[in-house]
Write a protein that binds this ligand. Sequence first.
Ligand code: MG
Length: 306
Amino acid sequence: MKLVTYRASVDDEARLGVLHGDLIVDAEALGAAYGEDIPDTMLGLIDSGKPGVAALGALMDAMGDTPPIHTSVPMSNARLCAPIPRPRKNIWGVGLNYTEHVAESARALDTSDALPQKPVLFSKPPTCVIADGEPIQHNSKMTQQLDWEVELAVVMGSGGKNIARDDAMAHVFGYSVMIDVSARDNRRAGQWIFSKGQDSFGPFGPCIVTADEIEDPHNLDLWLTKNGEEKQRSNTGFMLFDIPSLIADISTGMTVEPGDIIATGTPAGVGAGSDPQEWMWPGDTIVACVEGIGTLTHPIIDATPK
Ligand code: MG
């Protein structure tokens, strides 16, 4: 299933839906049509575990081509929110997780050219998340080096501590797209959270594809364009630390919880690594895509305080 969080009108609460052609089928309403309780939010569905996801999947199968009356809205009449509009806790970012990005970062930034021996972990706060289509804010008093990073996002289904590598994939709820927006000149003493954690620096969506529908998350093309020009193109197969390794490593030190998000790192082709260096400016448009999941499109706007 391709799961979304949507509003059918500006006054409505954000609700859980399932993409079905040009329609969004409302998960709770579909359940009600069949006399079943289905959660009305993404986090509610994640918390309901594998049985909850299976129950929703079974209703989508039972429904066939045509949703029951009053259970769907046309995509064109709805506004997509980020799939989890407000993550419960910080998003785990993974730095330097593609070989050629390690090399370009060492050339352009202050990072080592040696491949990391353990995942390079950092954090993006829940307040950085924006939905597909929402603007990325450029504050010229803060940054002259606003950069892009397309990434596969992993959304955790069940949590745990010290999750074994071999068990890790069973903990994954699904996959999405994140742009790890980075103000390169806002790193402080080598710390990345302020550079990567500012408001609007976490475009996320447009949907979450449930894990059962992604045959191999380590074989997905991902790419990014700026103003129509391709800047990044790679495949998730080139990650240095694969998804089970990341989950196993993170959970050695921090309890993983349902709904947690891991942004798995970006391939080469960021602005800092290009020659000459290139950045995002108001008026630019960034498009990021991961194969089989979807596309994020974001304008950059001037958000410099007066
Ligand atoms: Mg990144």
